[in-house]
Design a binder for this molecule. Structure first.
Ligand SMILES: [Zn+2]
Length: 271
């Protein structure tokens, strides 16, 4: 794929020491990002990269072009298999990300695809090393912040929480409406606006209940910090019988979570 360098940071992120985004620059191996690898301390992944071939400890202290230049004047002595080499670099990149939480969360939160190309006279030239981008991408997916989703009843993912009045999910039943509300809406005794008010009042009243409060806060904690205390590592999906996009308390519940705790909503799951 050919990228337009003027759209770096808009349609994609170029992982490049001269890229336009801070994240792209950070992700470049050239960048000065001290790391503790299984082979000791290095000032950059680039230095480590060349050290693996040369075992020259001067490379521990170098980064950027200086590391590359220094290495280009030396003769490779130590030989790893290609896979051994790649694995060590992958591990080093993981360590680099894990020891820079700000950049890690930037990476987790962006949806832009990563690219790796050089720019010459305004034109992109593919820089290769797809396996590096693949590694960063799979790391990103693994660490993606969990979100709240909604779905129709037949959704069967592990993170499914049945919030219908008939459900018996230990968490889901805390957010179920009452039979009165459901029948009232069905019989036309109350309208959607009244149902909405009743539902929010119900959620507020339940706040007095310790179980309810603690469960709610741990759901919030999970989707805002990524902790897994509720046991759904990929997020939460509230399900109900209503067809997608129709009036349904699952959307009211999401709005309530968004309004109170600004939780990320991943949308209605397509089945
Ligand atoms: Zn519903």
């Amino acid at each position: 794929m050919v990228h337009d360098p003027t759209l770096d940071g808009v349609t994609h992120i170029n992982v490049y020491s001269k890229g336009k985004t801070k994240l792209g620059k950070f992700l470049s191996n050239f960048t000065h990002t001290p790391i503790e690898t299984e082979d000791g301390h290095f000032e950059s992944v680039e230095g480590y990269w060349h050290w693996l071939g040369l075992r020259d400890d001067k490379l521990r202290t170098l980064y950027g072009w200086e590391a590359k230049k220094y290495a280009s004047n030396s003769v490779k002595t130590f030989k790893l298999t290609e896979e051994e080499f790649k694995n060590k670099i992958r591990k080093a990149i993981t360590i680099k990300l894990e020891t820079n939480p700000d950049k890690l969360s930037e990476l987790r939160n962006t949806v832009l695809p990563l690219a790796h190309y050089y720019v010459f006279n305004g034109f992109a030239k593919d820089a290769g090393y797809k396996w590096i981008l693949e590694h960063i991408n799979s790391f990103r997916i693994e660490r993606k912040a969990p979100m709240i989703y909604t779905a129709q009843y037949r959704y069967s993912g592990q993170d499914r929480i049945d919030i219908t009045v008939k459900g018996n999910h230990i968490v889901g039943k805390l957010y179920a409406p009452t039979w009165d509300m459901i029948m009232g809406l069905k019989n036309g005794k109350i309208i959607e606006d009244q149902y909405t008010q009743m539902y929010y009042k119900m959620l507020c009243d339940r706040w007095e209940n310790k179980d309810y409060r603690e469960t709610t806060l741990s759901l919030v904690d999970m989707v805002t910090t990524g902790s897994q205390s509720v046991g759904h590592p990929r997020g939460i999906t509230f399900v109900c019988f209503c067809p997608a996009e129709n009036f349904c308390h699952r959307y009211l519940l999401v709005k309530w979570f968004q309004h109170n705790w600004n939780v990320p909503y991943g949308g209605e799951r397509s089945l």
